[in-house]
Design a protein around this ligand. Structure first.
Ligand code: UDP
Length: 305
């Protein structure tokens, strides 16, 4: 089995690549290294099951593969807003190119979608049949609409060419492998705490997220890919926590003397986000296991290096 992982040098992609290699599978990683980090593969350099190709998926490419794991796209708001038009192109052209490749190879295709597709949700928890409440003109729209067109393309390829499609709507994920400059909450807070700086809380800190540890997420992705039919699922933790509570946990773990400051809340920042994961449990027998205290401790260790 040859696995093609697009965005394989990124946070989730590189953790998935390691797990596939641990299982003895062959992996080709495709990444343009715009936000991914080649150093994530230091220990795979001499592994004959691993291959790296530097390539931007907005351009088509021919590769022999059995399974495509399509993760390529900057995922942190800070990163995907740097060049929003490029983000939209990556989501649209990149996903078409990878679906075309799946069609040519008759490969299984897993698309990394996002909780972002629910937008500024009016429903809690968010279940897969909720259609979302989305701003199509805001600063997050390139990513929100990008992931929505990605899903739409997946299902059109399924209906038209009977492609075997899996869509994972991934909720906030954290853990070892996160880049120090990623710009998302948990890496920001840990890096700030480790350098004795005040933690930057955007807004009043009462907004919530549900943070899933990376090993749990990768397990869910593997199970989803193994499912016998086309399937769309939420994958994430259903333990909701406020941003202020996350700050307090990290301060407690790193240095209880630290404090935080309040900064303006970015535009369209969702106020509550929590997945309904009953479908994942009933279809693939998956639910996350690692609690946030253990997950944060592991992530702090990783970011100290
Ligand atoms: N956030 C924050 N301080 C930071 C980074 C993020 O308060 O230094 C907040 C952000 O406004 C959002 C939440 O943390 O409400 C999660 O942000 P993140 O960028 O991790 O991802 P999002 O879930 O918004 O895509």
């Amino acid at each position: 089995m040859i696995n093609l992982v697009t965005g394989g040098a990124g946070f989730i992609g590189s953790n998935l690549v390691s797990e596939l290699i641990n299982k003895g599978e062959k992996v080709i990683c495709l990444d343009d290294l715009s936000t991914g980090d080649i150093n994530n593969f230091e220990n795979l350099k001499n592994n004959s099951n691993f291959n790296f190709i530097e390539h931007d998926i907005i351009n088509p490419i021919k590769i022999k593969t059995d399974k495509i794991w399509h993760f390529a796209c900057p995922a942190s708001p800070k990163k995907y807003q740097v060049d929003p038009i490029k983000t939209s192109k990556t989501c649209y052209l990149g996903t078409i190119n990878m679906l075309q490749l799946a069609k040519e190879n008759k490969a299984k295709f897993l698309f990394a979608s996002s909780s972002e597709i629910y937008g500024i949700s009016k429903k809690f928890p968010q279940s897969e049949n909720y259609l979302g409440y989305v701003n199509s003109t805001g600063i997050r729209s390139c990513y929100t609409e990008g992931k929505r067109i990605g899903e739409s393309l997946c299902f059109d390829f399924y209906r038209k060419y009977n492609l075997d499609i899996k869509v994972a709507r991934i909720f906030n994920t954290y853990g070892p492998g996160m880049n120090k400059n990623d710009g998302r909450l948990i890496s920001n807070f840990i890096v700030q705490a480790l350098s004795n700086k005040e933690l930057t809380i955007y807004g009043d800190g009462k907004q919530t997220r549900s943070f899933c540890y990376i090993d749990d997420l990768v397990e869910g992705l593997l199970k989803l890919m193994d499912y016998s039919d086309t399937l769309l699922l939420n994958l994430g933790s259903d333990t909701e926590i406020s941003i202020l509570e996350v700050a307090k946990l990290i301060i407690e773990m790193v240095n209880p003397k630290l404090n935080w400051i309040y900064l303006p809340l970015p535009e369209d920042d969702p106020i509550r986000r929590k997945p309904d994961i009953k479908l994942a449990y009933s279809k693939i027998g998956w639910s996350p296991r690692i609690d946030i205290n253990e997950g944060l401790r592991n992530t702090i260790k990783h970011l100290m290096k």
